[in-house]
Design a protein around this ligand. Sequence first.
Ligand SMILES: [Mg+2]
Length: 227
Amino acid sequence: MTHLFFDLDNTLWDFDTNSRTVLQNLFNANNFEKRLGVGFAEFHEYYYKKNDELWHLYYFNKIKKEELRYKRFYDTFLNFGLNDLRLSRSIAEDYVKISPYSKHLMPGCIELLDELSVKYHLHIITNGFAEVQNIKIDNCGLRNYFKHIIISEEHGMTKPHVDIFRLGERLANTTSDKCIMIGDNWVSDIEGAIGAGWKAVYFGQTPKAEHPDISSVNSLPELRKIL
Ligand SMILES: [Mg+2]
């Protein structure tokens, strides 16, 4: 039997929609339009870019978790002329507390898991913080579909490193030729899986390279066609 390993954010759990909604609510509640002199769209665009940069540094052990969490807000506020460390820390705390309770899943998620769980062993490998990822998984009723849920922080290793894929094989008690990774991040999910000798399904518009072991889909329901 084949083992399907899913990424969580933006593969099962609609991170972009959930995060954007929480940020918009915090933006409105704190009257940032007036305080920063900027509309939400522009604020969000800058935050998104900054968040990406800081995650990158976190992956390479250049910054710690706490720094990542407040600095994405501190730098964004600073960009719009507000230098306020205390506010940044407090908004960062609110964001981390509220956002994992958001419930938007990628379209067709539950229906697909209902079907696939009959034919395959399902697992998750996610890069993220344990307390955050566990809330998302429980709050959206995802936990029972998966045999093993591997959260990078709990094991001190992140995708795309081959070790986390080997850990998946060991826990699932299987071999690399029976594993398929499904995810939206080309480097962590797809290159990582291929590097471990797995097959991979890229969840995204255009695959970044041709490879006999890489397929791609634009939506979760499309997975039915290739599995
Ligand atoms: Mg993802």
